[in-house]
Design a binder for this molecule. Sequence first.
Ligand SMILES: [Mg+2]
Length: 219
Amino acid sequence: MTRVNVTGPPPHINSWVFDLDNTLYRADNAFFAQIVDNITKYISRYLALHRTDARILQKQYLAEYGTSLSGLMAVHGMDPADFLDYVHDVDLGFLKPDPSLYAGLDALPGKKYIFTNGSRGHAKNIGEHLGIYNLFDGVFAIEDMDYTPKPKQSAYKKFTSAFDIDPSRALMAEDTALNLQVPKAMGMTTLLVGPHENEQPNYVNGQTTDLSAWLSAIG
Ligand SMILES: [Mg+2]
């Protein structure tokens, strides 16, 4: 397996692509539980369902459509904007500015992007809490994918064409291994942010448990 060179930034990379949740910061379980709970509340209100039935539908759409949102749009013709504002309205009190992440990102040669299945508002909110938002040249969020999320190929195609990114000169960092399969096939270098496993999928080039540490090691 090809490994990412850890003695300096890979010289051919000019685009640095970062997933948001659990890649640029670590969310605790309570944080995601709030979002999941907000989705349930929204579905319950929107479709006038008991919470238990709303939760069942939420899981069913997640499994069938990749996100609960996609299912709600496809089946019920729901307008996504109000939903996205509602579900991402969570307590970010646990998030503090991350100076070492800032320094690591700032030192990267080339352009930097956030590529998230969350909303634009969520990316801005998190990015500003971390104090890193102004470092990015672009944000590509669920609205920009026409609500068809990673790992669907269309999301990556729209992203690379929106910012004129040459995949062979891009590195993508993600905590969800499956989301690295398409970018690897497109020619990107891939970095998995998460716990070490004995065996990584062959579409993972490098792996780190700590993105800040990885950035400072290559910087
Ligand atoms: Mg993630």
